[in-house]
Design a protein around this ligand. Structure first.
Ligand SMILES: [Mg+2]
Length: 486
């Protein structure tokens, strides 16, 4: 039944809306006059049935009802009022000549608030209405408070549901646990991170979930510090999911407090660093591979440099004797000549040739000939100055370029080498060599060919003169001049 509109509720001391239910017209008239004299709004129903119809359509503060009525009697009217009318409270006064205890108990059980003996005493009625007004006001107050409480409860429920939805939907894995360390809430992101459903972890100890079995000490410490009121920031741990895959998790916590400031639990948020850590591992691995490649490349470079040096050595060296080869010697001549001219330094060239080398080869064979060439080269090399360039020019011919060395010194060097060779203890037979020397004169030598040619002529002269000797090209002119003069 719709609650009657109670906007017309009385204020303290104000008028009340009163329904009289009385089948005796005289009693009803008397009662009405009394109540109207007390400035109340009064309606009268001549039967219980009529009274019930009026009560359903119009709100009354008070119903004053006769007990004994045909059809719906006072008690039934009260029961109907209590069970079927919602909304504002109606104060029910039962008029009765009955004073039996049982009857009154029955009436109270039916919801009657008060009794009034017939015939009605005006002063007593007024006192009862004062009580009624007080009770009605209290009822109103109660209703208002109840409505407010109900509204507040609704707000709280909504807020709680919103918080719960928000918490569950947070993209950050979030967990709450109580002061015993038991998990209370576990959002969807946490389910995904740990691969554990909320019902699998609910009321489980947080320490069992937060860390691997060998890391329980840390987890215990985290939980205890959090419950103790500490805010924990970013402690990283590795935890393995049920399938064994590792997750790198950054834990932060803060305590939950009630209105009194007492800690009632802890919120824990987890950042999943797995993707980042895996990426770092991949990068480190790639870096390691790159480093290995780089090392291999460096090693390759070194090998290549060595190989190049060896090639260069081969290209400039005579394979048999280890001396510089002919090409290198010719190449060295030009800058040496240029240097000597510019700095006006003497420069000498010594050519030498092993005497009767062809006979030696014929007599002892080519391997012995090669051995002789090697030994000969070693002697030249060993007894030359460091700055001298010693080369094999081909066959049994050798050349020595003497830097900063004038005619007399050059002859001295050649003579020393000649003596070293002649005096050397050779295995198979005595070996000698012939020498031709030329010195850069007045720094006006026209060309390399010219200096080589004149040294060669001096060498030839030594051969002609009986071998095992040294001839300087400058002396050839005087010899030739002497011959001409003769
Ligand atoms: Mg009656």
């Amino acid at each position: 039944m719709a609650p009657p509109d109670d906007s017309s509720r009385r204020t303290a001391g104000g008028r009340l809306r009163i329904l009289i239910a009385e089948d005796d017209p005289v009693s009803a008239l008397v009662l009405r006059r009394v109540l109207e004299d007390l400035l109340h709004d009064v309606d009268h129903a001549a039967s219980g049935h009529e009274a019930w119809k009026l009560a359903q359509t119009s709100p009354y503060d008070v119903i004053v009802s006769d007990w004994m009525m045909p059809g719906v009697d006072g008690l039934e009217l009260c029961r109907l009022t209590r069970s079927r009318l919602e909304g504002a409270y109606t104060y029910f006064i039962l008029l009765s000549s009955k004073s039996e205890r049982e009857a009154r108990i029955e009436a109270v059980a039916a919801g009657v608030d008060d009794f009034l003996a017939k015939p009605v005493d005006t002063a007593e009625l007024e006192a009862r209405l004062t009580t009624a007004r007080r009770i009605l006001n209290m009822q109103d107050e109660l209703r208002t408070r109840s409505a407010k409480l109900s509204q507040t409860t609704g707000y709280l429920e909504t807020a709680n549901r919103r918080f719960s939805d928000l918490f569950m939907g947070l993209p950050v894995p979030s967990i709450t646990f109580d002061t015993e360390g038991r998990i209370a809430e576990w959002n969807r992101a946490a389910q995904s991170l740990f691969d554990l459903d909320a019902d699998e972890v609910w009321q489980r100890q947080a320490v069992e979930v937060f860390a691997d079995p060998d890391d329980l000490e840390w987890a215990e410490s985290l939980v205890q510090r959090s419950i103790g009121g500490q805010c924990i920031e970013n402690e990283e741990r590795t935890v393995h999911r049920p399938d064994g895959s590792p997750r790198y998790v950054l834990y932060s916590t803060f305590p939950l407090k009630n209105n009194a400031g007492r800690i009632i639990g802890v919120v824990c948020t987890c950042s999943d660093l797995t993707a980042q850590r895996n990426l770092e591992k991949q990068l480190a691995e790639q870096l390691r591979v790159a480093n290995n490649l780089n090392e291999a490349l460096e090693a390759g470079k070194e090998e290549l440099a060595l190989a190049n040096a060896r090639l260069a050595e081969l290209a400039t060296t005579d394979g048999l004797t280890g001396l510089k080869n002919h090409r290198t010697f010719i190449e060295a001549l030009e800058p040496s000549l240029a240097y000597a001219k510019r700095h006006r330094e003497p420069l000498s060239l010594v050519l030498c040739d092993i005497d009767h080398f062809k006979h030696f080869n014929d007599a002892f064979g080519h391997p012995a000939g090669d051995a002789l060439l090697r030994e000969f080269a070693a002697l030249l090399s060993c007894h030359s100055r460091t700055e001298d360039l010693v080369a094999r020019c081909g066959g049994e011919e050798f050349a020595i370029l003497l830097r900063n060395c004038g005619r007399e010194n050059a002859i001295g060097v050649a003579e020393k080498l000649r003596a070293v060779i002649a005096d050397h203890e050779w295995d198979l037979r005595k070996i000698t060599a012939s020498f031709g020397v030329q010195t850069l004169v007045d720094f006006e030598v026209p060309s390399i060919e010219a200096i080589v040619e004149s040294a060669d002529r001096a060498l030839y002269a030594s051969k002609q003169a009986g071998r095992n000797r040294v001839t300087h090209a400058a002396d050839l002119h005087s010899v030739e001049a002497g011959k001409k003069a003769a």
